[in-house]
Design a protein around this ligand. Structure first.
Ligand SMILES: *[C@@H]1O[C@H](CO)[C@@H](O)[C@H](O)[C@H]1NC(C)=O
Ligand SMILES: *[C@@H]1O[C@H](CO)[C@@H](O)[C@H](O)[C@H]1NC(C)=O
Ligand SMILES: *[C@@H]1O[C@H](CO)[C@@H](O)[C@H](O)[C@H]1NC(C)=O
Ligand SMILES: *[C@@H]1O[C@H](CO)[C@@H](O)[C@H](O)[C@H]1NC(C)=O
Ligand SMILES: *[C@@H]1O[C@H](CO)[C@@H](O)[C@H](O)[C@H]1NC(C)=O
Length: 216
């Protein structure tokens, strides 16, 4: 038993150097549907979601970011018109979609998105290009995507996915955990993630969440 576990860990660690092997196949999928220039989304990303990279919650998460300009426009809302009224927002959503597409590593694309959303909170989203240099990330691949038809394609797909959510999106930020929306309690998503996680070895982040719930 013990040696089998050891062998699994060894095999696993050869492929996933940074991720503890015990969680590799038991990850919880968390999708964030958001609009890059919505204050509540920017605040959620910077103040709440970023914490998963400070503790070890990211190790049990498959985090999907779904930036879409019309995230809070409903179906009767003409998205072309909507985007025309908020060109900055639509641009930044495409840019973030491209960053995700080009930099598959969640640590990298989240760092960039965090930086842009941080600037957005301060009303300095127009300075987004500085995020690449301050993080030491290459700008060209993301901008090449952004200036190509790929950006439109990515946003169309994100828009279609967001529109077809079942149960449907009601507001942003909208969090979906393994196909179930978290709804109003989104700021406490960590507790839901820990509850949904079925792995044997509990990450530290979940131990403190459980503790907190017990002592409160
Ligand atoms: C489109 O959605 C926005 C944001 O919810 C809203 O302010 C606007 O009134 C909507 N327009 C129409 C035509 O429904
Ligand atoms: C949305 O608005 C644009 C610009 O006014 C228009 O060209 C387009 O036909 C509209 N689309 C829908 C589905 O109403
Ligand atoms: C556009 O997408 C295709 C297919 O995913 C990819 O091969 C190509 O490199 C992308 N181009 C840019 C400029 O990102
Ligand atoms: C791509 O778009 C950005 C932002 O609009 C611009 O600064 C850059 O020069 C463009 N790059 C190319 C190759 O067109
Ligand atoms: C839109 O999303 C639905 C549900 O996820 C999917 O079945 C459909 O193929 C998508 N349509 C396009 C054009 O991508």
């Amino acid at each position: 038993m013990a040696s089998a576990l050891f062998f699994t860990c060894l095999t696993c660690s050869m492929f996933l150097l940074t991720i503890p092997c015990y969680v590799a196949n038991q990850k919880v999928t968390l999708s964030l549907y958001y609009d890059s220039l919505s204050t509540s989304c920017a605040t959620f990303i910077v103040k709440n979601l970023a914490k998963i990279f400070d503790d070890d919650l990211i190790t049990i998460l498959n985090l999907r970011l779904v930036p879409w300009g019309d995230a809070y426009a409903n179906k009767s809302n003409n998205s072309t018109t909507f985007c025309q009224h908020r060109p900055d927002g639509c641009k930044l959503n495409s840019l973030e979609a491209c960053a995700i597409d080009v930099m598959h590593d969640v640590n990298k694309h989240f760092a960039l998105i965090y930086c842009i959303e941080f600037l957005a909170i301060e009303g300095r989203h127009k300075d987004w290009e500085t995020c690449f240099s301050s993080l030491g990330l290459p700008k060209k691949p993301t901008l090449d995507c952004y200036n190509s038809s790929n950006a439109t394609k990515l946003e169309k797909n994100y828009g279609n996915e967001t529109m077809h959510l079942n149960p449907p999106l009601k507001f942003v930020p909208w969090l979906v955990l393994n196909d179930q929306p978290i709804g109003n309690d989104y700021e406490n998503f960590a507790g839901y993630v820990c509850k949904a996680y079925k792995g044997n070895i509990v990450p530290m982040a979940c131990q403190s969440v459980h503790l907190k719930q017990k002592t409160e």
